[in-house]
Design a protein around this ligand. Structure first.
Ligand code: DGL
Length: 263
């Protein structure tokens, strides 16, 4: 590819199985307002969390290969599932050339804040099955009790938008409602779930929620700075939203979630 075709030269490439990584992108824009971001959601292939590990690896690598070819200076895997399944392979291939940042369920901050508490960990079936999660929860086992809840179907529902609809609350009621009043915190271990904060609170009451978005944004800041890759420009950076499902409705959901009030 000629340099002219490197249309995302100097951008930070960010990807997820779909709209979820936009929750991480929002934190990164807040942390690094002068950076240019190219966001790609693989909505045509979502959800990743119910696929085989090999399939998630193949899909993730082909997105990263393209981003690198198109000039991205760093890669953020804004998906817990793709990080668990593929970040090691992505690092093996690209870490010598550029920063590769992944996201992991926010067990550490949750255990720090809710010391010795009971913490629900909502995540996809793939994330909860893989070694990365077991290694992390095992390491922190003395600090808190973690209760994993495999939320098959939830990320896929977020993909469809209209999150105030009754079926979303019903799903949450079934998945996590039984723990109401019995836990001290909830880890949102999939980047789609921060868009459901309001709905989760309506089902679970005023329980603290933890996600890895802020930590990932800070790690990106550190890595860009360490590699001398921070954008020196003073003007606000550009944000390009892209998807493998480029319909009008889909791109509308992407834009809405970038601006949505989810705090
Ligand atoms: N957003 C992704 C995650 O953080 C996965 C959602 C999915 O595609 O299953 O795990």
């Amino acid at each position: 590819m000629s340099t002219d075709e490197k249309k995302y030269r100097g951008y930070v490439g960010v990807f997820d199985s779909g709209v979820g990584g936009i929750s991480v992108l929002r934190e990164m824009i807040r942390e690094l307002p002068n950076e240019n971001f190219y966001y790609f959601g693989d909505s045509a292939n979502a959800p990743y969390g119910e696929k085989t590990v090999e399939k998630v690896q193949e899909l993730s690598m082909s997105i990263v290969d393209r981003m690198v070819n198109e000039g991205c200076k760093a890669i953020v895997v804004a998906c817990n599932t793709a990080t668990s399944a593929a970040v090691r392979l992505i690092r093996e291939k690209y870490e010598k050339t550029m920063p590769v940042i992944g996201i992991e369920p926010a067990l550490k901050p949750a255990a720090r804040e809710e010391h010795h508490g009971r913490i629900l960990v909502m995540a996809t079936p793939v994330t909860l099955r893989l070694e990365k999660y077991h290694e992390l929860s095992g390491r922190l086992a003395g600090e808190a009790e973690f209760i994993p809840v495999s939320c098959a179907g939830l990320a896929d529902r977020v993909e469809k938008g209209n999150l105030d609809a009754a079926d979303v609350t019903q799903m949450l009621e079934q998945m996590i409602g039984p723990y109401r009043g019995q836990i001290d915190g909830i880890v949102l271990g999939c980047t789609h779930y921060p868009f459901l904060k309001k709905q989760i609170h309506s089902v679970m009451g005023d329980v603290p929620l933890y996600d890895g978005g802020r930590g990932t944004a800070r790690e990106l800041h550190r890595q860009l700075s360490r590699h001398g890759l921070l954008n020196k420009g003073e003007e606000p950076g550009r944000v390009v939203l892209d998807s493998s499902l480029k319909t009008e409705e889909e791109m509308k959901i992407y834009r809405q979630l970038l601006d949505a009030d989810i705090e």
